[in-house]
Design a protein around this ligand. Structure first.
Ligand SMILES: Nc1ncnc2c1ncn2[C@@H]1O[C@H](COP(=O)(O)OP(=O)(O)OP(=O)(O)O)[C@@H](O)[C@H]1O
Ligand SMILES: [Mg+2]
Length: 358
């Protein structure tokens, strides 16, 4: 029998999406075949402690940590107690390249995007700038940082009024789950909305508010990624906000989205381009808008660790492609090993005296 793969599944984390991560991790762990995998559960508390032990995830769900022990990560790669890690973490410190950097330093293979793709994708401003530079369409926006806002708010407001008009969406560049996002319909509420966004991040973007259909596409792969059939989120309230996502849940989803074939295909193609441009690997969910007034398609954002319960959009869209949840996890783990092996090929030293260097 083949040797079992030791997988460190990491969940929780110091992020507003801590609880969401626990639900995603429960899905992942229950779908991992015990014949193929030895799962080592590792939870990160909201205050940043790494804990492990029997039924670690259950303990996290109950906020009862007393039977768990602290994790100590050896700095010698040969002593790392798992073959690969699966960071089922959403938001800051999990999806933003920081933990990926730690795994890189320790030479631990991991599931999902690397440092560059994770950190870029976490920042809505950076992502949009790169897509825009490559000719991919994004909703018109104005970006600035908190310090500039404190110093020259009237200049920024003028620019917003001139370039975008109303309604607007104000967003912190670095949060997820719609935290800190406001829809602003009149000038009188703009300042307050920007001040709120400034509480969550130092980088802010203000976007033209469109009348949209929200279309998502699941991408899987390293060098030749595949795109799932696209799905639609049909928003219940004013926009797809935190309450709609996780509390009252009035939104509905439709997979595949009821769309003209050509448009669906165009969104799949743009999503793959968007993924490759950011150097993503493993997986990501690319979210787009269709502007109901013009019919134009805009890229909205990319999530490198999208919601991952068995009923979340990403796994559902992959299922529509023909990849079942448990198989998806197998593929993600294989892709993590593949990317690691590829990275090992990079030279880390070079001979400065060699001919070609001069
Ligand atoms: N420019 C826009 N025009 C119309 N609606 C928008 C616009 N930007 C955002 N929205 C609405 O707000 C919701 C949240 O915005 P967005 O997807 O940018 O952030 P987020 O959901 O916090 O990020 P994440 O998906 O990573 O959790 C969208 O799903 C959509 O309903
Ligand atoms: Mg979103």
């Amino acid at each position: 029998m083949a040797k079992k793969i030791k997988v460190g599944v990491i969940f929780g984390g110091q992020s507003g999406e801590h609880e969401v991560s626990l639900v995603s991790a429960a899905g992942v762990i229950s779908a991992m075949s015990p014949k193929k995998y030895d799962v080592i559960e590792i939870g990160i508390t909201l205050d940043g402690r790494w804990l492990t032990g029997k039924d670690c995830l259950k303990s996290f769900t109950k906020h009862n940590f007393k039977n768990l022990k602290e994790v100590t990560l050896p700095t010698n790669p040969k002593k790392i107690p798992f073959d690969i890690v699966f960071p089922v973490l959403h938001g800051p410190y999990g999806e933003d390249g920081t933990i990926q950097g730690l795994f890189d330093i320790l030479h631990i293979p991991y599931v999902g995007c690397g440092v560059l793709a994770s950190s870029t994708s976490m920042d809505k401003l950076q992502t949009k700038a790169l897509w825009e530079a490559a000719g991919l369409k994004v909703v018109p926006y104005v970006g600035f940082n908190r310090k500039a806002w404190k110093k020259e708010s009237s200049k920024i407001i003028e620019e917003i009024k001139e370039k975008l008009g109303f309604p607007l969406f104000v967003k912190p560049a670095n949060m997820g789950s719609s935290v800190g996002i406001s829809k602003v319909k009149v000038l009188a509420n703009l300042k307050k909305a920007i001040d709120l966004a400034c509480e969550f991040d130092s980088r802010i973007l203000v976007e033209k508010g469109l009348n949209v259909r929200e279309i998502e596409c699941a991408i899987l792969g390293n060098d030749s990624p595949i795109a799932s059939p696209v799905g639609e989120v049909i928003v219940g309230g004013e926009f797809y906000d935190f309450y709609d996502k996780y509390v009252n849940g009035v939104s509905k989803t439709e997979i595949p989205a009821k769309l003209n074939k050509k448009i669906a295909q165009e969104i799949q193609e743009v999503s793959v381009k968007a993924y490759k441009l950011l150097d993503c690997s493993g997986l990501s969910r690319v979210d787009s808008f269709i502007d109901l007034d013009s019919g134009d398609i805009y890229l909205n954002e990319i999530n490198t660790m999208p919601g991952f319960t068995s009923i979340s959009m990403y796994p559902k869209m992959m299922e529509a492609y023909g990849i079942k949840y448990a198989d998806l996890i197998d593929k993600l783990i294989a892709l993590g090993f593949e990317r690691f092996a590829e990275k090992q090929k990079n030279k880390v030293t070079f001979d400065s005296g060699s001919e070609w260097y001069r």
